[in-house]
Design a protein around this ligand. Sequence first.
Ligand code: FE2
Length: 396
Amino acid sequence: MPADAFAEGSNLGITLNYDTGITLNRTVRDIASRTLLYPLRYSVRHSIACRSSLMINFRVLATSVAVLCLTLPVVSNASADNGEVNVYTYRETKLIQPLFDAFTKDTGIKVNVVSASSGLEQRIKAEGANSPADVLLTVDIGRIDEAVQAGVTQPIKSELIEKIVPAQYRDPDGHWAGISMRARVIYASKDRVKQDKITYEELADPKWKGKICIRSGQHIYNNALFAAYTAKYGEAKAEEWLRGVKANLAQKPSGGDREAARDVAAGKCDIGIGNTYYWALMMNNDPDKKPWAEATRVILPTFESGGTHVNLSGVLLAKHAPNKANAVKLIEWLAGEKAQQMYADQNYEYPVRAGVAVNPTIAGYGTLNADSLPIAKIAASRKTAATLVDKVGFDN
Ligand SMILES: [Fe+2]
């Protein structure tokens, strides 16, 4: 499975991935029966499962599950930390489970995971004060922002996080922190693109007419890039730029980042826009798509003022975290050297912690000079950028 498969728009729906691999979609009855048999051992899971099942449309089973919820012990969010932490995540479980396993090995704290492709902040909000969520993991500033706007977070309050994570990758109010970074870059045709440098501004230059491939302008990755442009130059210039980029597209925006490389390889366009880790995944982990990477090379673009646009995988502390101390421990552990190296080597992301080496494939792109624009300012321009995409008919 690719990195961030959930974030790529798959509609897998809500899946509960506990250490046992139970999935609610398939086995509500199993969870219920196991909970009956092992009420103490499964109390936390039961608590999550019951609330979750009531959130989604398992109408046939709702009544019986609801009865179980009322009759079996439920972990209160007022309870003291009990050796566990509950993580809601947009990140694919397969990618982050090794991190959680290592955390458990280091600390003895068990990690219960709830994965979904969308709607986690709404779910936490609906669960209210009884939400079992302790930590929310996201893959984009857009989702980070949505969680904060939904009012389901609280300040992390960790001196360690403030020390390790650079200020531009943290919320000024402490509600979120970046754990790893990805840059939005150019997959350039090895055959047809001779220049080694390119600016984001240049993407609107008519010399690229009919030569650019990109996914939907409303996708969260492009929204963040367009928001960064808007934050730098203002709405009017951003609109003008978007019209220029739109005029240069080889085809209607479609697919994902990998497909941009695919279309460059097929000769449909000369440059594609994609995130740094997809190219590495295609080159190293996906033999079927390796030819797409081999036909292209990654250029780290910059704004004319210097700096490459980066986005964050972030972590947030849930407002009513019942295991708050363990949650902060996990957040701090994710910013530690071991976890940061795992992010770098397994997910091909840039660590936020200084001194941790990036993966050699990623290092091969050149030295990343990340844009200094604070992520919080980019987040503040997201809505304007989305409006502009519609206004210029970017996806039409
Ligand atoms: Fe992704």
